[in-house]
Design a protein around this ligand. Structure first.
Ligand SMILES: [Zn+2]
Length: 365
């Protein structure tokens, strides 16, 4: 499979609200609604499956709202000569003078895209060419091809894979103001720890927690923990993040305590359930929820497979990245995870994802 090329992009995001991705039903200590954590490190995260599900929805939302009035009628598509449905879709024209250009929205399969191309496929037992007004996932549009679909006669696992979004910088209140806590392992995993031999302008002076108790007058509190530190120069490539966190306020803590610091500084909120009939608080309905605080910076990866040279029905990676770029704005309004109606979940994707804008790129074949 030499022609199958995978492109890997690093993505960074920042929580604009506290983010709550519930585990559904566990109680830890005083907290009723607990959040998803990495099973080994116990550090909270946003699972890749959550990212894939929301981004699929936002892509379909962006697509359908822009092409709806230009989509040809289903009857007309069916009447076109062609050996299969994909060929018919390529042959028929868009309505109302829609200009396809090279934009991802003009992809031929999008002529039957619908909002039902996201969420659970409610009609998976249809064949992919048995298109009716209501067929669950259509199996032809760029959303179905990129994120995957499963119909009776054909399944496709999709062309985009999302890693978990892991915490990279975590805001903690200290007596010196808000600081951004991270560890060497987190920086290494995100690929932004540069060698110590780097140019001096790449170096930052950080608070480095030392763990030594003697000969050190300087202490910093991270939440309730009181820890000795030294000022230490470290090579970190943070050009992308400099508008979002203060580079003079980074605290590097040892890998073995980062989880404890994050877990003891999560946002914990108490809410009350409202009885929908009386409009008053339900008795005994007070509950607490934990969440990843506003400002937290996450790091993850997106992998996109380009099989368009092997199969002309598949979208190219350029189109897929354009789709992700154009739909990422919905994270800033609709958010991710639970309790988005209670002021949780808005997130900003900081990385530019389309090819033209570059971004962190690393191509492998
Ligand atoms: Zn579709």
């Amino acid at each position: 499979m030499n022609q199958e090329i995978v492109t890997i992009k690093n993505i960074y995001s920042q929580a604009m609200d506290p983010i709550y991705i519930g585990t559904g039903g566990y109680t830890i200590g005083m907290v009723d609604n607990t959040i998803v954590r990495d099973p080994i490190t116990k550090i909270p995260k946003i699972p890749g499956s959550t990212v894939a599900g929301t981004w699929r929805y936002y892509s379909a939302l962006e697509l359908v709202s822009s092409v709806k009035e230009y989509q040809p009628d289903l009857k007309e598509i069916k009447s076109v000569e062609g050996k299969n449905f994909s060929e018919k879709l390529r042959k028929i024209n868009w309505k109302n003078g829609f200009r396809e250009e090279n934009n991802w929205k003009g992809y031929a399969g999008n002529k039957i895209a619908r909002i039902k191309c996201t969420g659970q496929d409610d009609l998976p037992n249809k064949n992919v060419d048995e298109i009716e007004e209501d067929t669950g996932h259509c199996g032809h549009c760029i959303v179905c091809k990129s994120f995957g679909f499963s119909k009776k006669d054909i399944s496709s696992q999709g062309l985009i894979f999302f890693s978990d979004l892991n915490i990279l910088f975590f805001p903690v209140f200290t007596r010196f103001g808000t600081k951004w806590v991270t560890s060497e392992r987190l920086l290494k995993e995100a690929g932004i720890l540069t060698s110590s031999q780097g140019k001096s302008e790449d170096k930052l002076v950080c608070y480095k927690i030392t763990g030594e108790k003697d000969n050190n007058e300087k202490y910093i509190n991270l939440g309730w923990m009181y820890l000795p530190y030294e000022a230490k120069e470290i090579g970190i490539n943070l050009s992308l993040l400099e508008n979002y966190i203060s580079l003079n306020d980074i605290v590097i803590v040892p890998d073995h305590i980062i989880s404890q610091i994050i877990n003891s500084n999560l946002e914990v909120r108490t809410s009350v359930s409202i009885d929908p009939i009386t409009g008053a608080a339900k008795e005994g309905a007070l509950f607490t929820s934990e969440a990843i605080p506003r400002g937290t910076i996450f790091y993850g990866e997106i992998r996109v497979f380009d099989r368009s040279k092997l199969n002309e029905d598949l979208p190219s990676k350029e189109k897929i990245f354009e789709m992700l770029e154009d739909s990422k704005k919905y994270y800033e309004t609709l958010g991710v995870g639970g309790m988005t109606t209670r002021g949780f979940g808005r997130m900003r994707i900081l990385t530019e994802l389309d090819e033209k804008n570059g971004g962190d790129k690393n191509e492998k074949s």
